[in-house]
Write a protein that binds this ligand. Structure first.
Ligand code: NAD
Ligand code: DAU
Length: 367
């Protein structure tokens, strides 16, 4: 690593959305790899945010969790000033595509307006800062739209073509982060990553939903013909990539991060079923593949995502470490051994969402 450009040390880090899936994995990663740094999490604790994800770090004082909205300018100003923040790792977002189709409002409010508020607050804050600042904007490959089977993977120069309200709201915030670098010289970096999976993944997403439904003996809903392709990356590898970018990335740049693991949804779900058959001591329905149910498609469903991550490997010497086979095995084991984490998340509120998403239209029962 010593040959890489820059090394931003020391840091006082604000992690927005740090009580969610990737943010909490990242907070843990940062606490473990840079124990001397000050870490503050700002999280609204929406349905997707969970204090339990950070419990042990909060308890032993390794981080401070502040419950609040990134769109609350007064709160953000106060926090940046009080904590003398020099680096923002911005994860906070509404992140589920299906919810963005059912109700896009919150996506515009948080992903676009909230990101704008955070950028504005940070722009003013850094005027008085002595250390070099950085705004890391964590974004998604969905901003690039959908690929045909023979298309090359998304690169950093692929034109934006977002297809869902979620993707459009993320694309808008990417453009703002870019504009703040060009107009105000605010050091921003944008990352566009493929599908993450691993521990603390909220039950609504395909991989945890499949694991949980297998454990409950419920149908596994696979949209359309099940042939849509995603590129899966173990969340720990994403966290490592982001940490390298914070230390060594070039302001004003964007970096694509991916796992080089293109798999159809049906293939992925079948692998999860087989792992559960192998690892679970008992299952309500076995073989679990019997639970796979093709259901109505997601409107505007992107067919294929794939990432060309060669800039990350050439410029920052990063490559994913965890194979898909190993990562899925670890993930299945984690859901098997952590029912105390996921059971409380199947709340009445979640049941209502599940019913709306899968109930009538797709004729599936409760999770
Ligand atoms: P998540 O839904 O699990 O977590 C989002 C977190 O943001 C939650 O803790 C929530 O409480 C918080 N939050 C939401 N609105 C907020 C607001 N207004 N103010 C403060 N906090 C708020 O999402 P995730 O999967 O961990 O994704 C994190 C980021 O990474 C998002 O920006 C997402 O677009 C991006 N991303 C996700 C993936 C993926 O596969 N999950 C891939 C690429 C990029
Ligand atoms: O590509 C990065 C994106 O990955 C992130 O930006 C998003 O925040 C994250 O949610 C994820 O989006 P996807 O829509 O790809 O993830 P999801 O787990 O919702 O769906 C994965 C694939 O599985 C997708 O093709 C839709 C399909 N699917 C999903 C669900 C929830 C099903 O077939 N059935 C389901 O019930």
């Amino acid at each position: 690593m010593s040959s890489l450009p820059f090394d931003r040390l020391p840091r006082r880090l604000l992690i927005t959305g740090g009580a969610g899936f990737i943010g909490s994995n990242f907070a843990r990663y940062w606490c473990e790899t840079a124990p001397g740094d000050r870490i503050v999490v700002l999280d609204a604790l929406t349905y997707a945010g969970n204090r339990a994800n950070l419990a042990e770090l909060e308890l032993d004082g390794r981080l401070r969790l502040v419950q609040g909205d990134i769109g609350d300018r007064a709160l953000v100003d106060r926090l940046l000033q009080q904590e003398q923040i020099d680096t923002i790792a911005h994860f906070a977002a509404e992140s589920h595509v299906d919810r963005s189709i059912l109700a896009p409002d919150a996506f515009i409010q948080t992903n676009l307006v909230g990101s704008f508020t955070l950028l504005e607050a940070f722009r003013h804050h850094v005027e008085s800062l002595r250390r070099p600042p950085l705004f890391l904007h964590v974004s998604t490959d969905e901003v690039y739209g959908s690929l045909e089977p023979e298309d090359p993977p998304f690169s950093e120069t692929t034109p934006y073509a977002p297809n869902s309200p979620y993707a459009a709201s993320k694309a808008g915030s990417d453009h703002l982060a870019r504009a703040y670098y060009h107009t105000y010289k605010l050091p921003t970096i944008i990352t566009n990553c493929s599908n993450n999976y691993g521990p603390y993944h909220f039950p609504e997403k395909l991989i945890p939903l499949t694991c949980i439904n297998i454990l409950l003996g419920k149908p596994i809903p696979v949209y359309g013909d099940g042939q849509n392709i995603r590129d899966w990356l173990y969340v720990g590898d994403h966290c490592q990539a982001l940490a390298i970018i914070i230390r060594h990335g070039q302001p004003g740049e964007n970096y694509n991060i991916g796992g080089n693991n293109e798999v159809t949804n049906l293939d992925l779900v079948e692998r999860l079923c087989d792992l559960m058959d192998e690892l679970a001591p008992a299952l309500p329905v076995k073989p679990a593949r019997q639970l796979i149910t093709l259901v109505g498609d997601r409107p505007g469903h992107d067919r294929r995502y794939a990432i060309n991550a060669s800039k990350m490997s050439h410029e920052l010497d990063w490559r994913p470490q965890v194979s898909l086979a190993e990562g899925l095995r670890q993930t299945v084991s984690w859901y098997l051994t952590h029912p105390d984490w996921w059971r409380p998340l199947l709340s009445p509120e979640y049941q209502a969402y599940y019913q709306q998403q899968y109930g009538e239209k797709n004729r599936l029962s409760k999770p």
